[in-house]
Design a binder for this molecule. Structure first.
Ligand code: MN
Length: 200
């Protein structure tokens, strides 16, 4: 029976210092992300059991919980991979993603400003996300409220978790400081890889 598993980080727990501390990163991955993995697996088991026994489930509640946990797992997995230790990450984007951002937003600074505003203002367990919308061939900034997206479109390029559990140990209630720090550890190489996949 195949199950969801917590991914390994592509860097050490203390590698994102001083922007994300070891303690903050550990608790986020090992407690919060793990909870989504466990939650998704529990629903899979519940579905399998109901099918085996021929019983009914409250599909509305079950599927809502399933999408919440799976989307949480997907988003967190993307998040870890679009971060990189300072030095390797951060700075200005280059390559195709730089071109795409400049064409749409006019400059990286303008894009950053809009993305920050999205990240600071999204409600609750929210995310700021840079996507590429293939139909109009444009990068767009989206706010994801909660994790209930139900779908996992392949066009997400860059995600930022701004639920309090992502930053509270390091930044307390100052989400804007965390959002600003994020730019020092963005893995633009990974963002470029994702964009390449979308454009393929
Ligand atoms: Mn999170």
């Amino acid at each position: 029976m195949s199950r969801y598993v917590l991914p390994n980080l592509p860097y050490a727990y203390d590698a994102l210092k001083p922007y994300i501390s070891e303690e903050q990163l550990k608790i986020h991955l090992q407690k919060h992300h793990q909870a989504y993995v466990n939650g998704a697996n529990a629903i899979l088991e519940k579905l399998e059991k109901a099918r085996r026994e021929g019983t009914d489930l409250d599909m509305r509640a079950t599927l809502k919980e399933l999408s919440f946990n799976i989307s949480g797992h997907f988003l967190h997995s993307m998040f870890w991979n679009n971060l990189a230790p300072p030095g390797k990450g951060g700075g200005n984007p280059s390559g195709k993603i730089a071109e795409v951002i400049n064409n749409e937003f006019g400059s990286f600074e303008r894009f950053k400003k809009e993305f920050n505003q999205a990240a600071v203002s999204v409600e609750g367990s929210g995310w700021a996300v840079l996507v590429f919308e293939k139909e109009v061939k444009k990068p767009m900034i989206m706010q994801v409220e909660k994790h209930n997206m139900n779908v996992y479109p392949g066009w997400k390029l860059l995600v930022l978790d701004v639920f309090e559990h992502a930053y509270y140990i390091d930044y307390k209630n100052e989400r804007a400081r965390f959002v600003e720090a994020f730019w020092n550890i963005v893995n633009w190489e990974e963002v470029n890889n994702r964009l390449e996949e979308v454009l393929r």
